[in-house]
Design a protein around this ligand. Sequence first.
Ligand SMILES: C[S@@+](CC[C@H](N)C(=O)[O-])C[C@H]1O[C@@H](n2cnc3c(N)ncnc32)[C@H](O)[C@@H]1O
Length: 402
Amino acid sequence: VSDDLSVVEDAGDLYYRGDLWGAFPTARQEIDRRVSGRPDGHWIDRLRQATDGRTFRRALVLNCGSGALERRLLAEGVVEAAVGIDYSDDLLDQARAAAADPALADELSYRQMDVNSLAFADEDVDLVVNQAACHHVRYLDRVLRACAELLPDDGWMVSWDYVGPHRHQWPWDQWEAAHLLNRTLPEGLRNELVYSHLPTMLAEDPTEGIHSELFRETSDRYFDVQDEQPIGGALAYLVLTRNRALLEAPADVRDPLVDEVMAADQRWLDHHPGRTLFTFLATTPKQGDTAPSADQCTHWTEEEELREEAAEHLGGEYAERTVLQDLTRELSDARLGSEHRLASIHQLQQELTDAQARIEQLEGDQAASAMPWASALRRAAKKVPGAQRAAKAVRGAARSSD
Ligand SMILES: C[S@@+](CC[C@H](N)C(=O)[O-])C[C@H]1O[C@@H](n2cnc3c(N)ncnc32)[C@H](O)[C@@H]1O
């Protein structure tokens, strides 16, 4: 378990593997259609609509990664300039390199920081952008409050983010529905549905989905919703993400199957509107009487700090484990246990083989006295409990052949 729940060191390779549900061309089109109304649209189009085509003076792009988004916002004239912040030096290097183009150099700048530190709070911006950023934020209340305070009265915050269960701890009914949908795919093109194993997640990236399910309610403390579009994913994200076999199937086989998965996903979303995994949200900071009071803010801060302190004593976990998590851990521990046992057996077999080879060598040595015989056997027997019997048998055999 990582000691630090706020950041990941050397995260460069973690975030752009290209194996999520959006890697499927027709799923991508459907996701884009859900947010923009057009299969070749983008959430930026939706933002443009919500803001009447406004051009923002300067954007703060939270956890910007390798920076493609701000380059696009700039190219499309949505912003005149942007500052990107991220913790990963690797990703910031990539963003800076791409922004080194003289056409972009004046407009794009970057700062390395842990977003939870609020070191961005001195930035002069009229738009805050959260694309797949806030689901990595540990002190969500602190950060969203700072974003609201940073913005002028007519500023905006736009989000395109994962807002589903923290750390992919799917509830039973969702897992079961995804499981049944997966089974409708032809054998060989199904996903290997593996429930997220918390100890592995904590070791790899403790920030992944750390408080994703708190994002909506926390945003509502400081921002008014101007436009919102749930995107779904409860079933399709599970069935498609990392489904290599289906991704590599010929398009005429793959695409109709993916369309069916996306249709089932839409039906699930229609029946469970509050349980989207991803959402588009365009907001403006609360003002005047609707803004939270200082007392209320103090209370939220205390609550957040207590939660984080408690998590440090609980190995980075925040909630009761789901029954699926308990079963996943039991299965994983049992697997690990049997792998260890198998490794010990292999080691014992090797030691036995070595001991036998040594015995044969000694047998062949005419000059060997009884003492080295005995001590070699004792050594072999000590190292290899299973070899004791073999050694005894060999000793017996050796005596009877004397
Ligand atoms: C899923 S990626 C999204 C990157 C980018 N927004 C995009 O859409 O391509 C999450 C990003 O959050 C960054 N990150 C995670 N924890 C952070 C922290 N505490 N402070 C700053 N950045 C962080 C990672 O380095 C990574 O670039």
